[in-house]
Design a binder for this molecule. Structure first.
Ligand code: SAJ
Length: 434
């Protein structure tokens, strides 16, 4: 065992270890770049020919990775990409950064992890470090990844090393990036943890070693479940304040003056993205198997899921107050991405709101500078100019992109529902707030 440990430790220390990253998305590509920048030779592995071709051409498709930096690393020979898993036989380390979506039944879809591990197992050899980074339920690394990798006879902690390290990438965050976000890592054995700690320490600023893969898996789920539940609380506060006639935005702003023991979250049109609405259900799925209901998660999921309906009811009531039915009215949606200043529409509540309004007979248009077109129940919808607000019977601010000129929108719109407090400080009878 000592020889395998020492050999790998030396290769990591000297940066001679050949690094592999499976999955070249918004997590994997920045990670590959960080290790190439640290002086390691890095091979990205992805099923997508176009992704690997663009990496090898030095063309970044991830906002946090400048093409200039990617091209420099590719040209220097430090970074390349392939669709061929057989390169694993020549690698010392492999990070797995593949998607972990939920199925429609809210069960985890582990197919990407199973597929990647099956490929890696074919070429696994003594002296390797394998690290799973995909967000998943506690136990995945020990119960699913480990048996797959040991099927060839190699023994974890002796012949190879296996860890879990949660990805904490926040796309577009100007302050926190892959290099400076503290990196939690936990191994199947103490030797695995230590190997993972040494590995990340060679490229990232702050490494936090924990005692096991399960602790590391649970850390990420706690982080995002905390967020989902508190957003749910903010949304429930909004519905309660609406009912008793209190401005929830003023309440939260004043509560946020408390310098300790409080953290502001804000109501909104619903919960979008591929992390916050998804990750907590990995936890509740696992705990349900262990016979315990994750009631907070289920309740928050319900409340957050109610927000698109709450928004549509607010629009209906606002139109009604102006003597107009939803049916036949022109409703313009401002912002369809799941949060501001990005182009991602995955799980975006805007899509739910648009479908609900369409089913009530409204004519729907939208503007979003980051989203040129979208598919609404199989129908392609192209984005319109923001000036459309002047024609619509009602405008709904669903995503408060910074590029929107909100004072001008408030002036031009006939009626506007503001789900993000984007019109804060602008008073007008035609503005309705959550
Ligand atoms: N949202 C609210 N109210 C809030 C905060 C968010 O309604 O107070 C909504 C957003 O509009 C969006 C959804 O919740 O629809 C999720 O927003 P988010 O700010 O949590 O952004 P995400 O989904 O990009 O979450 C990621 C997460 N990062 C990782 O999982 C590595 C999360 O842990 C980060 O805290 C978050 O980014 C962040 O802070 O930007």
């Amino acid at each position: 065992m000592q020889s395998a440990v020492h050999a790998l430790e030396e290769k990591i220390r000297s940066r001679q270890a050949k690094v592999g990253v499976v999955g070249l998305g918004y997590v994997g590509l920045p990670l590959a770049v960080e290790f190439a920048k640290a002086g390691f030779g890095v091979t990205g592995i992805d099923l997508s020919d176009s992704k690997t071709a663009r990496v090898n051409a030095g063309e970044s498709y991830v906002g946090d990775v400048p093409s200039s930096e990617l091209a420099r690393l590719v040209e220097s020979g430090k970074l390349s990409a392939t669709t061929d898993f057989s390169v694993v036989r020549d690698l010392e380390t492999v990070n797995i950064c593949v998607p972990t979506p939920l199925r429609k039944t809210k069960d985890p879809d582990m197919s990407y992890i199973v597929s990647a591990c099956g490929e890696i197992a074919k070429y696994l050899h003594a002296g390797m470090l394998i690290i799973l980074e995909s967000t998943t339920y506690p136990g995945t690394t020990d119960e699913l990844v480990l048996p797959t990798l040991e099927q060839g006879g190699l023994k974890v902690g002796r012949d190879f090393f296996l860890c879990f390290s949660p990805e904490r990438v926040d796309p577009g965050n100007p302050k926190y990036n892959t290099s400076n976000i503290p990196k939690v890592v936990g191994g199947v054995t103490a030797a695995c943890t230590e190997m993972g700690r040494q590995f990340y320490s060679q490229a990232l600023e702050n490494v936090v070693a924990v005692s096991s893969t399960r602790v590391a898996e649970m850390v990420k789920l706690l982080e995002n479940t905390f967020r989902m539940i508190n957003i749910g609380l903010a949304n429930e506060m909004a519905m309660m304040c609406d009912r008793i006639g209190i401005d929830v935005w003023e309440v939260i702003e004043a509560a946020a003056t408390k310098p300790f023991g409080f953290m502001p979250f804000y109501p909104g049109p619903g919960l979008g993205g591929h992390c916050i609405p998804i990750d907590p259900f990995y936890l509740s799925w696992k705990t349900k198997q262990a016979g315990i209901e994750a009631r907070f998660i289920e309740l928050a999921g319900y409340i957050n899921g109610q927000m698109p309906h709450f928004v549509v009811d607010k629009i209906q009531n606002a139109l009604n107050d102006h003597g107009k039915p939803v049916k036949g009215s022109h409703i313009h949606i401002l912002g369809v991405a799941y949060k501001k200043n990005i182009d991602d529409v995955r799980e975006s509540p805007a899509l739910d709101i648009m479908v609900l309004l369409k089913h009530r007979g409204a004519r729907i248009t939208y503007s979003d500078p980051y989203v040129a077109s979208l598919d609404l129940e199989g129908e392609r919808l192209d984005g319109e100019d923001v000036g459309m607000v002047a024609q619509a019977d009602c405008t709904a601010i669903v995503t408060d992109h910074s590029v929107f000129n909100f004072p001008k929108i408030a002036e031009q719109a006939k009626l506007v529902l503001d789900t993000r407090n984007a019109l804060k400080g602008i008073d007008s009878a035609k503005i309705v707030r959550l």
